[in-house]
Design a binder for this molecule. Sequence first.
Ligand code: ADP
Ligand code: MG
Length: 514
Amino acid sequence: MKDLPSPSDSETLSPALAALWMNVCAELTGRIGEAEFERWFSPVRLVRLEPDALWFSAPNAIYSLWIEENYLSELTASICAHLPTHPPVRFEIAAAPTMPLPAPADVAEPAPKVEQEPDSAAFRHEKLDPESIPDTEPAPVSGRTPADRKRIRQRGEDAGLSEGYRFDNFVVGNANRIAAAAAKAVAEKPGKTYHPLFIYSNSGLGKTHLLHAIGWDSLTRRPKSKVIYITAERFANDYVEALQENRLVAFRKRFREADMLLIDDIAFLSGKSGMQEEFFHTFNSLTDRHKQIVLTSDRPASEIADLEERLVSRFKWGMTAEIVMPGAETRLAILRRKREERGANLPDSVLEFIAEHVSTNVRALEGAMLRAATMSSLHEGELAVDPDELRDLLADYLDDANTSRHISVQEIIELVATHFDLHPRDLTGKRRTSRLVEARHVAMALAREKTSLSLADIGKEFGGRDHGTVINACRRVTSKIESNASTRRTFDFLRRSLLAPAPARPRGGQKAAK
Ligand code: ADP
Ligand code: MG
């Protein structure tokens, strides 16, 4: 293991802390495995012990967020093994951040220029040879002539990119910060930071926007590189056509010679084993050539039904970033941005109303704004700002429309507990009878489907469980629904119950179907 603390690290630490860090590294490697340790902890350092915090440094916020979300319990347990009572673990970003993250609710800037080689050995693919892409090295972005820009636009269109989706019109907030930062990192240094990058979210939260933005930014930096944007569905159709027309060689050449493959909605490959096989080889061939793949999905790779394990494990090699629904502040920033883009004549008060009352997804936010803008132009002036009128005009976009009513995890826990004849406390507690475990899994799967919370946040609501437990619960429920009609009926019944406005909902009217 090459990255145990070096003597130079130890010089700045007391001998006791240096020894502690050595032991913690060894312990942690045993717990999470060498590969994961290398990937996430090799650039992390123990920096100091203060009365109320044990401080670690990470090269950027992606490391610290990722570790806090995924490895905090293992890290804490490893520390406890050598220092039984210690203050909580805290992270600070190392002095020279290698990949600065934008400030909350900022409008995203053009991709930051990285002056020095990032300290991202942990992310780099083992076989990577940075010299292997001579033809596609970045050209300076500034100083492009109109003819250059025209050529880039043409290449982007040929690559399947849509003009309107760029980094500079993607509004960044807490909900999408990691995904946006990782997207910028791969556009800047394809194949060198996160391979692959896997972005998932519910529909309408900006996955496709980010994929196109990566493509444009990448082409602007390396106009000669070969970028391909394609949906998984189109990939599958093209494959079938190529098969029928005896053009498989050309099909394979097209994808396997790409420098960057941006593939949207990969869950479409679920259950299609021929396509999965083809995509597996495409994936390997790009990986062997140190090229960049970015995938999007409406769920984590491990939740995609009937996806070969070898693909699931490859999708998890690099970086997985989830996007959730932005909070009201970012929603307002997005609406302002869209108003500017569309030249819509709408007062702030209308945008504020929409930001506050539409929280299903960004597409709905945009739809509501466009409808309001259309009304406003028909009225040849500013739209009346009467909340009742707005409410009528935008009724089907608003959260209190039946299907998009705000549903809390607590409400789900209560509903499921009543249904299974349990106490809500049972679902968040530690006991593990088979009935309890089943109810807990169903409640987690419903929370996943009916709220916009991240996996980690759902886990927290269930007595501080981690995101892996939630993934596991969702996977079990999905497979049980497929194989067992009574589970399916129970789940559908609970789902429908949640759609009804809260007070009218039947409570505990039906016993769990066994
Ligand atoms: P998905 O692929 O996740 O279903 P899209 O990328 O198609 O979602 O986004 C839906 C719409 O919302 C698009 O018009 C997109 O530009 C917009 N959108 C989503 N997130 C943002 C954001 N953070 N900033 C600006 N526009 C956004
Ligand atoms: Mg999409």
